[in-house]
Write a protein that binds this ligand. Structure first.
Ligand SMILES: Nc1ncnc2c1ncn2[C@@H]1O[C@H](COP(=O)(O)OP(=O)(O)OP(=O)(O)O)[C@@H](O)[C@H]1O
Ligand SMILES: [Mg+2]
Length: 684
């Protein structure tokens, strides 16, 4: 049967054209009868245009069509003809229909008259960036037709545009003709709306039904929680939904990553910092946040709430009360449990039923698609063939449609054949029969997959992997060298090990900022291994030292010309800095290091308007006297505490810290320090 699948699955390169009618649902509502007539004419006319230009109509979609062309030039000339014809409302029974067209070219898979593959999806995204009357083509198409265009057709370069599939930017061109409209509003791309949705390094697969259901649910509710176990694809789904609904929120969609946030008191900070809100004097950050959302129409995507559900629930409730047009899309392994919350249980991606290896199931099954896509990224020559189809099916079934598990398994194709992977997955999961009843079977499946990926690492890869769990919110190569390397892992070889972990999907491919990271479920696993290996204290110490060092390097530069770069540097490493602070708090021998950190970072709190957080961290540090209560570092930290307190209007508290600081400065007869502290004391 598998060979049957392969025979009927043809892979070819084609130009793909998507069209659709702008505002068709409104037209259906307002003038249903006229619309039915207009649409019939529209369909006929478009199909004829495709045929005249040697294309093939794959399907009509209700308000548009999908067509393929051997020559991309045909797709372009057909679209121009369609637009010219439609410009006259008489062609469509007097009802003016405006269509948008998107054209792209690439490898497509054809099965029984339908077409699949990422080139098809990308074309749909290009089309959806266009306005009615506009024709957009990708760079690939532009390259293929340049020099062959009829004299009356021109191309206008619109530059690189981020499409709503959240992938890397695509350069788009507008097709121009003297009889067509030339000037349009900005493209309906991601840039057109305020947002901070992160670019995705991998393709989004399937989920058509869930995207629709979640989008619909979001119309009816103001707090929607996507729930499910780790690795099920909650975050990825929420990002895609957010990108799809972006134009419904004029004040933007904002993605707040809570996984690296370790302390519930920092949830408000995390949200505020994404929205660019600072504490203003006299108001708490939370009040400023509440005022900000008050009249804004925005969508907050709160990602990975499970370890902070109580606080997320509280703040969600407060913000929803304050902002009548605000909506929240949360992803969480646990519900928030707030009145009015709608919970959407994210299902696994589709897997074929046992024994079902029919051709239809093969391509329609999202798990197979995901496996093939990810396998091809580590092994570009990888293809679904008659020989491996059954094994791929077996793997997707065994892994129960958990995307993370499938990605981990697919990453192994570089070293193992698919049938080897299938056999090993099979063996590994037989061991799961003695199941722990406190954990869901799906969770055990995921766990076993991560275990399996881990077991297969070399000793050095294992060491690197588990030590990387110490980072919060990502890391740089420089940080690895200082935090992770030691006698066992030398800096010279660590880069190769890191790349190998990226290949194995255990570490995320870095974005444009060059920072690496891990999915939360994977990080938690690595953290367990780190503790088990007895390395947590040692790595935690190096981590704290490195980030205190970073803060100290930033200290003077924050007041200099490079200020904004250093502020951003501390922003991206804020969770790492807070983790370093937490490490200092837990270890008696690090009291002094903790003092140095709060002194170094003082200016950052002021500049970023994070006084409440700065106050808390600083007071925590100085409330531990340590073994050297008269140390110069303590003297300085107390001085900083005094300054922050007086800035926050806590004068008595300020006086207490400054008095103690002054006593230490006097003890050392440190004139400069005495003068500085006296100055602050006078101000307080
Ligand atoms: N529809 C999809 N298409 C492509 N990749 C997907 C899809 N769904 C999930 N993935 C990938 O699977 C992995 C796990 O997904 P994700 O991080 O969204 O899971 P999660 O449910 O948020 O997990 P956690 O609870 O650990 O945060 C990611 O690498 C993600 O990119
Ligand atoms: Mg997640």
């Amino acid at each position: 049967m598998a060979s049957d699948a392969n025979e009927r699955l043809a892979v070819t390169v084609r130009a793909v054209l998507f069209t659709d009618i702008e505002g068709s649902s409104r037209l259906w509502e307002e003038r249903p009868e006229q619309m039915a007539q207009a649409l019939a004419r529209h369909d006929r006319m478009l199909c004829e245009a495709v045929e005249r230009h040697h294309g093939e109509v794959v399907k009509t979609t209700g308000d548009g069509l999908l067509a393929v062309f051997r020559d991309p030039l045909g797709a372009v000339t057909a679209s121009v003809e369609m637009q010219i014809l439609l410009a006259d409302p008489a062609t469509t029974a007097g009802l003016a229909l405006r269509i948008r067209c998107g054209i792209h070219a690439g490898v497509i898979e054809q099965l029984e008259g339908d077409y699949f593959g990422s080139a098809v999806n990308r074309t749909a995204r290009i089309m959806s960036s266009a306005h009615g009357g506009q024709i957009l083509i990708s760079q690939t198409v532009a390259d293929l037709i340049r020099g062959r265009l009829p004299a009356d057709i021109g191309l206008r370069d619109l530059g690189a545009v981020r499409l709503r599939d959240l992938s890397s930017a695509e350069r788009l061109f507008q097709v121009e003709h003297e009889r067509l409209r030339r000037n349009f509003p900005a493209l309906r791309s991601l840039e057109a709306a305020p947002n901070n949705l992160p670019q995705q390094m991998t393709a989004f697969v399937g989920r058509g039904r869930q995207l629709q259901e979640v989008t619909d649910a979001l119309k009816r509710t103001r707090l929607l929680t996507l729930s499910g176990i780790g690795g099920l694809g909650k975050t990825r789904l929420s990002l895609q939904v957010a990108a799809d609904v972006i134009h419904q929120f004029p004040d933007g969609v904002w993605f707040v990553e809570l996984a690296p946030v370790s302390d519930e008191r920092l949830v408000v900070h995390a949200i505020a910092s994404v929205l660019g809100i600072q504490e203003d004097s006299g108001h708490s950050l939370e009040d400023s946040l509440v005022r900000h959302v008050n009249e804004r129409n925005l969508l907050l995507v709160l990602d990975n709430c499970e370890h902070l559900v109580g606080e997320c629930a509280r703040i969600a409730k407060r913000l929803l009360q304050a902002g009548p047009t605000l909506k929240i899309l949360a992803s969480s392994r646990e519900h928030l449990n707030v009145a009015g919350e709608t919970v959407y249980a994210v299902p696994p991606i589709s897997v074929p039923a046992a024994g079902d290896v029919s051709t239809e199931a093969l391509l329609q099954c999202e798990a197979v698609h995901l496996f093939v896509d990810r396998a091809a990224t580590v092994q570009p020559t990888f293809k679904l063939t008659a020989a491996n189809a059954a094994a791929v099916m077996e793997i997707s079934r065994r892994l129960e449609g958990i995307p993370l598990a499938i990605e981990l398994a697919a990453a192994r194709v570089r070293a193992l054949s698919v049938s080897d992977i299938a056999a090993r997955v099979h063996d590994r999961f037989r061991l799961l029969i003695a199941r722990d009843r406190t954990v869901s079977p799906r969770q055990q499946t995921l766990r076993a997959t991560i275990d399996w990926s881990y077991d297969y690492l070399s000793a050095k890869e294992k060491a690197l992997f588990r030590r990387l769990s110490v980072f919060r919110g990502g890391w740089t190569l420089e940080a690895i060298e200082h935090v992770v390397c030691d006698g066992e892992l030398d800096p010279g070889g660590v880069l190769d090990l890191l790349f190998s972990l990226v290949d194995k999907s255990l570490v995320l491919t870095p974005g444009d900022d060059g920072r690496y990271g891990m999915l939360d479920t994977v990080r938690q696993y690595a953290d367990e291994r780190l503790r088990e290996a007895g390395e947590a204290a040692q790595v935690g110490e190096r981590h704290a030292n490195f980030y205190v060092g970073l803060a100290e390097r930033a200290q003077d530069r924050l007041a200099g010309a490079d200020q904004s770069r250093w502020l951003q540097q501390l922003d991206v490493d804020r969770e790492n800095l807070l983790r370093a602070h937490a490490e200092c708090m837990h270890r008696p021998e690090f009291v002094e290091l903790g003092y140095r950190l709060v002194s170094a970072i003082k200016l950052y709190w002021f500049m970023r308007g994070l006084l409440t957080l700065g106050h808390r961290v600083t007071i925590e540090a100085v409330s531990r006297p340590g073994e050297r209560p008269q140390s110069p570092d303590r003297c300085k930290a107390l001085w900083v505490a005094g300054q922050i307190c007086s800035y926050a209007g806590r004068y008595e508290e300020a006086e207490r810290h400054l008095t103690e600081s002054l006593a230490i400065a006097r003890h050392h007869d440190d004139r400069r320090m005495i003068a500085a502290v006296e100055n602050s004391l006078a101000l307080a």
